[in-house]
Design a protein around this ligand. Structure first.
Ligand code: DHB
Ligand code: MG
Length: 246
């Protein structure tokens, strides 16, 4: 694949969408902050290879983004994590790596993705701390929410929403009531190369609408305070919505 071409359009990236400096900085930082010899780095490399071999889309969190999620969990002393959108388990392993006390419940619609993730998480030695729930998130989250509200499951103190983008607002609204006061809820990919600020593009793209809708919903929702962090890196120009559940 030609890295100067945007695979989603077949045309060269605009300058603001991809810059070789972002990738170079990611590589520099990773080489110093994430030594390749640690068991975690080896588990993540294995997971990335499995995903690649299985032909999963190349849309997992970057290594620095994964480490950001891990550090957030450690700073907050998190024990119960919800992830919506497992993909091949890269972000799941990052979340599980925060502490041996962390348990992750992760929801995935695609059987092949879930099987890939399970294999990667087993190899990482973390399988006893993860629940991979297979099914459409809107359906699975309703069941989870009912269990949490009935006291059958503990509330989550960290949530990472990273599934199909049109579903963002639905997943956000189902997740907030499952969170403990003080929980952190992060929604991935809400900037999308800056396109969410473009009214015309947004009208034509349900993923952009999904990104906008969850930002608007968070702003109107008295249950959360939220900010948006724009990011660049090897995954190009994007951003995360970061919420605190009150
Ligand atoms: C896409 C999805 C992601 O979760 C991501 O991190 C990047 C891109 C996508 O569907 O295009
Ligand atoms: Mg994502």
């Amino acid at each position: 694949m030609d890295p100067s071409i945007d695979p989603s359009t077949g045309t060269p990236w605009a300058k603001h969408e991809k810059d070789p400096r972002w990738t170079a900085v990611d590589h520099f930082a990773i080489s110093h902050l994430q030594p390749a010899t640690t068991p975690l780095s080896k588990a993540l490399a294995y997971a990335a290879q499995l995903s690649n071999d299985a032909g999963l889309p190349d849309i997992a969190v970057s290594a620095l983004q994964g480490q950001f999620l891990q550090l957030q969990c450690r700073l907050l002393g998190v024990k119960h994590v919800l992830e919506v959108g497992t993909l091949g388990g890269l972000s799941t392993i990052w979340l599980l790596s925060a502490s041996p006390d962390v348990r992750v419940t992760t929801v995935e619609i695609n059987e092949k993705h879930a099987a890939t993730a399970r294999q990667a998480i087993e190899k990482a030695g973390m399988a006893d701390r993860v629940d991979i729930l297979l099914g459409p998130a809107a359906h699975v989250l309703v069941g989870l929410r009912d269990d949490v509200q009935a006291g059958k499951r503990p509330r989550f103190d960290f949530a990472f929403i990273d599934a199909d983008k049109p579903g963002n607002k639905t997943y956000f609204n189902l997740t907030v009531p499952m969170c403990a006061p003080g929980a952190c809820l992060i929604v991935d990919n809400v900037v999308r190369r800056g396109e969410i600020a473009d009214d015309e593009l947004t009208k034509k793209d349900l993923r952009l609408q999904g990104a906008r809708d969850v930002i608007i919903a968070a702003g109107q929702d008295d249950r959360v305070d939220a900010t948006l962090m724009q990011t660049v890196g090897e995954k190009n120009y994007d951003g995360m919505l970061i919420c605190m559940v009150k």
